[in-house]
Design a protein around this ligand. Structure first.
Ligand SMILES: O=P(O)(O)O[C@@H]1[C@@H](OP(=O)(O)O)[C@H](OP(=O)(O)O)[C@H](O)[C@H](OP(=O)(O)O)[C@H]1OP(=O)(O)O
Ligand SMILES: Nc1ncnc2c1ncn2[C@@H]1O[C@H](COP(=O)(O)OP(=O)(O)OP(=O)(O)O)[C@@H](O)[C@H]1O
Length: 417
C-alpha cells in the first residue's frame, strides 16, 4: 500500500470519468482517459442531500469545505496508521487526495445521473468538496489482456459480522447473541420470513475450505447488497436475482477460487481476531459508558480527530499484546472508541479482482490466468461516535425481531465459529 498524505494537483476532465458504483456516502467513478498517471484509478466522491450544496459560495459552504478536507486527511491517516496495521499493509489500497473543482464535480454529477440506481437519488455528488480520494481501481470494464477471450471479474464480499460477541454483560433476553450471529439475526429485520438468507458470515471466516465454499453458495442464493459479482464492470444477477452460472462464466470455478482465497489470505483471520477483541464490551454495555463519558465531558459531541484515534489504537494494542483480559481497566472513553472501531471494520467490503477470468466458451480454464488476483478492503472511514444511540437501538430491534420469529431456543439455528 502507498498512502500519499499531501494534496495532489492533477488536471481532471469530467468526460474522462465513468460511473462505477455507490454507497450511502460516496460515488465511485473510474478513469478512461489517456493520462497514464490516472489509468487504473478511481475517484471516491462524497455525496450530500440533494440541494444541501445549493449555495457553494456561502460562508457555511466554505466552513464545510475546510471541515470535509480535514476529515478526509484524517481518514487517510486512519487508513495508514490504524487500518493498515490491523488488516495488513498489503490489503489497504493505495490512495491519495486530489484537488477537485466545483465545475468538475457538477459536470460529473450531470454525466452520471442517468446511470445511478433510483434508491440512491435522494443524495448527489457534493459540489462543495475541494478534494476527493483517488484510489486503485478494483472493478474494471475491460480485462487486462484484450487479446484473449477473457473477462475482468470482481467479487465484492460485505460479510458484516466476523465473530460471536464474548461480552458477559448481556441482559437475559440478549443471551441469544452468544448463539446466533448479528448477521443471521439481522435477516429477520431486513427481509420477509421466507426470504432470510442462509448465508452465515461465521462460515466464511471459519478457515475451513468446505464450509467457506458452502457459505459462498448460500451468499449466491441471497446476495442482497452484501455479495456482488461484477463482470466487465457491471454487477450481474440471473433472472431470479441470484448469482449463478447463468450470469457468471464458470461460477463454480469462481466460487472455488474465492473459497481458496478466503482460506489462504490472512486478511480474513486478522479481521476476525480484531473484531472479537474490539467488540469485547458490545453495544449493550457501551451505551451507558457513552452516556457517562458525555455527562462527565471525557467525550464531547465533537467527532474524534486522528490524535484520539491513534491513542485509542495504541491503548488497544498494548492491552492485546499484554494478553490482558481485564476489561475493568478500560476507561469509558476507550470502550466507546473501540466499539466504533469494531463497527467500522465490521462494515468494510472485501474486493477480489481477477484481471483475466475465462469467458464462457473457454474449454481449458486451467491454462488461463484465472488464479491471478488483487485483493483489498474498501470503505474503512471511521464511523461516527454520535451513532452510538442508533447502534444500540438497532441492536435491540434486531434481537427483538429475531426472537419474535424464533421464540423457541431449541429451534434457533446456532452459528458456529
Ligand atoms: O447499520 P447496518 O449494519 O445495516 O450497516 C449500514 C449498511 O447497510 P447494510 O446492512 O450493509 O446493507 C450501509 O450499506 P448500504 O449503503 O446499504 O450498502 C452502510 O454501509 C452504512 O454505513 P454508513 O452509514 O454509510 O457509514 C451501514 O451503517 P453502519 O451501521 O455501519 O453505520
Ligand atoms: N477502489 C474501488 N474500485 C472500484 N470500485 C470500488 C472501489 N471502492 C469502492 N468501490 C465500489 O463502490 C461501492 C461504494 O463505495 P464505498 O463503500 O466507498 O461507498 P460508501 O458510500 O462509503 O458505502 P456504504 O454505503 O457501505 O457506507 C463499493 O461497495 C464498491 O462496489
Amino acid at each position: 500500500m502507498s498512502i500519499s498524505k499531501g494534496l495532489v494537483d492533477i488536471q481532471l476532465v469530467p468526460a474522462d470519468w465513468d460511473y462505477v458504483e455507490e454507497g450511502i456516502e460516496n460515488v465511485i467513478v473510474s478513469y478512461h482517459g489517456k493520462d497514464p498517471k490516472l489509468q487504473g484509478w478511481v475517484l471516491r466522491l462524497t455525496k450530500c442531500d440533494v440541494g444541501a450544496d445549493a449555495d457553494v459560495d456561502s460562508h457555511e459552504a466554505s466552513l464545510f469545505r475546510n471541515k470535509e478536507l480535514q476529515r478526509k486527511q484524517d481518514a487517510l491517516e486512519f487508513a495508514a496508521s490504524i487500518v493498515s496495521p490491523i488488516v495488513g499493509d498489503e490489503y489497504v489500497l493505495p490512495q491519495m487526495l486530489v484537488n477537485v473543482s466545483t465545475e468538475f464535480l457538477l459536470q460529473v454529477r450531470e454525466n452520471i445521473e442517468s446511470q445511478r440506481p433510483t434508491k440512491r437519488l435522494a443524495k448527489c455528488i457534493d459540489s462543495r468538496q475541494s478534494a476527493s480520494m483517488l484510489t486503485k481501481e478494483m472493478i474494471s470494464r475491460t480485462p487486462a489482456d484484450n487479446t484473449q477471450d477473457v473477462h475482468s471479474v470482481t467479487v465484492e464480499l460485505k460479510p458484516k459480522c466476523m465473530a460471536l460477541p464474548r461480552s458477559e454483560f448481556f441482559a437475559p433476553e440478549s443471551s441469544v447473541k452468544h448463539r446466533v450471529c448479528w448477521y443471521c439475526m439481522h435477516q429477520y429485520t431486513l427481509h420477509e420470513d421466507g426470504n432470510v438468507s442462509k448465508f452465515c458470515p461465521l462460515e466464511l471466516f471459519s478457515g475451513d475450505r468446505d464450509r467457506i465454499a458452502r457459505s459462498l453458495d448460500h451468499f449466491a442464493q441471497s446476495p442482497n447488497n452484501n455479495f456482488v459479482v461484477f463482470v466487465d464492470g457491471r454487477s450481474v444477477v440471473d433472472e431470479q436475482g441470484k448469482i449463478s452460472d447463468k450470469c457468471v462464466p464458470h461460477w463454480d470455478l469462481l466460487r472455488d477460487t474465492v473459497a481458496d482465497i478466503a482460506q489462504k489470505e490472512d486478511l480474513f483471520s486478522r479481521l476476525q481476531l480484531v473484531q472479537r477483541e474490539l467488540d469485547s464490551f458490545n453495544i449493550e454495555s457501551v451505551l451507558p459508558k457513552y452516556k457517562h463519558a458525555m455527562e462527565t465531558g471525557t467525550l464531547t459531541t465533537e467527532e474524534p480527530g486522528i490524535g484520539a484515534w491513534l491513542n485509542t489504537y495504541t491503548e488497544f494494542r498494548k492491552r492485546l499484546d499484554s494478553g490482558s483480559n481485564d476489561d475493568s481497566i478500560v476507561s469509558d472513553c476507550q470502550a466507546v472508541m473501540e466499539l466504533i472501531l469494531a463497527t467500522t471494520l465490521r462494515d468494510v467490503s472485501v474486493l477480489i479482482k481477477f484481471d483475466s477470468w475465462p469467458a464462457r466458451n473457454a474449454t481449458d480454464t486451467s491454462s488461463l490466468e484465472h488464479s491471478k488476483y488483487t485483493i483489498g478492503v474498501v470503505d474503512h472511514d471511521p464511523k461516527k461516535l454520535s451513532n452510538i444511540p442508533k447502534y444500540h437501538k438497532l441492536d435491540r430491534d434486531i434481537v427483538a425481531t429475531y426472537l419474535q420469529h424464533n421464540p423457541d431456543e431449541a429451534r434457533q439455528r446456532p452459528c458456529r465459529e
